[in-house]
Design a protein around this ligand. Structure first.
Ligand code: HQG
Length: 177
């Protein structure tokens, strides 16, 4: 299937699995899971097409359950759901991509999660530039995760290596130039 069409389905899946499952009559089970058959019915696509979306997705946003009966978005939710991630110890440094226009507010309030469940961080600086560009002129912030852990902050990691935390106060942030 062509890339354009796959992207359209992926966006619809993000909308359903992260934000508005009830828009197609679905409810997320704990962990954020829905039955694959129910999602196929809602999207009116075949399992083959769903496989292609899941496996070719640029950011590996979705995952199947171990029993291959269910699917979920790995992160990025705004709808109320417990993703049941286990706490994990991050590498000493993590990165967050944002836009320069947000810096003043970020250095005042820290990184806040807004509509999402968590602040999203990454070990990969390059990816973070692209994430920042979605909002304006990109800038990458370095997060002193080692100090945050020492100070008792909790982190979670998703299957596609996104690090999640509740809030990053300004003292742990440094602008990279
Ligand atoms: C900023 C994508 C002002 C924050 C990516 C960001 C990611 C503040 C924006 C995932 C702030 C929120 C998440 C403060 C944070 N004042 N602005 N105090 N604190 N911000 O889209 O991190 O393609 O909700 O820096 O890959 O950009 O959706 O979060 O610029 O992993 O799969 O407020 O979304 O993945 O924007 O992106 P977002 P994000 P997907």
């Amino acid at each position: 299937m062509n890339a354009e069409k796959l992207k359209r389905i992926s966006k619809k899946m993000s909308y359903i699995l992260r934000h508005q499952p009830d828009s197609v009559g679905l409810t997320l089970a704990p962990g954020g899971w829905v039955a694959i058959d129910d999602l196929l019915g809602a999207l009116k696509i075949s399992k083959e097409v769903l496989d292609e979306v899941v496996f070719t997705n640029d950011k590996q946003r979705f995952e199947y359950s171990e029993d291959a009966m269910q699917i979920r978005a790995r992160q990025g939710h705004s709808t109320q759901v417990d993703l049941q991630y286990e706490a994990a110890t991050p590498p000493d440094l993590l990165f967050h991509g944002t836009a320069t226009r947000f810096l003043e507010s970020i250095f005042e309030k820290g990184l806040i999660k807004g509509q999402r469940h968590h602040v999203h961080l990454s070990i990969n600086r390059e990816t973070m530039i692209a994430v920042g560009r979605r909002h304006g002129k990109p800038v990458v912030l370095e997060v002193n995760a080692q100090q945050m852990v020492a100070d008792g902050y909790q982190f979670f990691v998703t299957g596609n290596h996104v690090w999640l935390t509740d809030h990053v106060p300004p003292q742990y942030l440094r602008e990279l130039t």
